[in-house]
Design a protein around this ligand. Structure first.
Ligand code: NI
Length: 251
């Protein structure tokens, strides 16, 4: 069930038997010359739709701009300040909690969001209103999972791409977007074939060290077939994890 494709009476009905919702959360940032700017938001969104189809559980709107200051020297990148992101996550969760959602599962697509999401959860779990039960819901509990963070997904990336997987604009994330949006594949020459890998400082330093935006990766390895496999593989493990969380009692 998709929140944006449901009517309010349908949501009301859902809430008579369920109280869980999955929020895809990502970023709007450059992903090299062959990767879509929306990659980090599109990956969890596409996987979430598969999760919804197999579990029947609710998927909310995609939180699609995150923490991406180090990509700001590349056209099209958008970034939130951590304070803004925490404030918006709070408002999303408290809106959902108002209606009776008390198990909020964030499926993340961007490593740079993790620490801010975790800080948000600390505040939410300590909140004097949200941490208390009322007539409509139990205490609100949030959970974070990265779409790639399940052992079989990591194993597939390692065995398929080896040392060309890299750390940014990876063939796995690009493959998922190509499987979902094959008409938006971009095939342009990459030089060097595998991008450099090193530490970096601010946005200008990132641009100097990684001139085309990729870090350690060769995204020309991305195929629609592998992307479709990754979507299924991740969705299978996210579904299990989300179902367990949806049924979890309060601590
Ligand atoms: Ni990414």
């Amino acid at each position: 069930m998709i929140l944006h494709l449901s009517s309010w009476p349908e949501v009301d009905e859902y809430l008579t038997n369920h109280s869980a919702i999955l929020i895809p959360i990502g970023s709007t940032e450059q992903h090299g010359p062959t990767g879509l700017i929306g990659t980090d938001a599109l990956c969890p969104e596409v996987i979430a739709r598969r999760v919804s189809a197999t579990t029947g559980l609710m998927v909310g709107p995609t939180f699609n701009v995150g923490i991406a200051p180090h990509h700001m020297e590349f056209a099209g990148t958008m970034s939130l300040r951590p304070s803004t992101m925490k404030a918006v996550i709070y408002d999303w969760v408290s809106s959902l909690a108002h209606h009776g959602f008390d198990r909020i599962y964030f499926l993340n697509g961007h490593g740079g969001n993790v620490s801010t999401i975790r800080e948000s959860f600390e505040e939410l779990h300590q909140d004097p209103v949200l941490s208390q039960p009322n007539d409509h819901r139990r205490p609100v509990v949030c959970k974070l999972a990265n779409w790639w963070g399940f052992a079989p997904v990591l194993d597939f990336c390692r065995s398929t791409y080896g040392g060309a997987h890299g750390a940014h604009a990876t063939p796995s994330e690009v493959a998922i977007t190509y499987a979902a949006y094959p008409e938006h594949q971009k095939h342009v020459p990459l030089d060097p074939q595998i991008a450099p890998m090193s530490r970096y400082g601010d946005a200008q330093d990132y641009r100097e060290k990684f001139p085309d935006g990729r870090m350690g990766s060769d995204p020309s390895l991305a195929t629609v077939e592998d992307g479709a496999h990754l979507i299924e593989l991740s969705a299978q493990h996210v579904s299990e994890d989300f179902k367990t969380f949806a049924e979890s009692p309060c601590d």
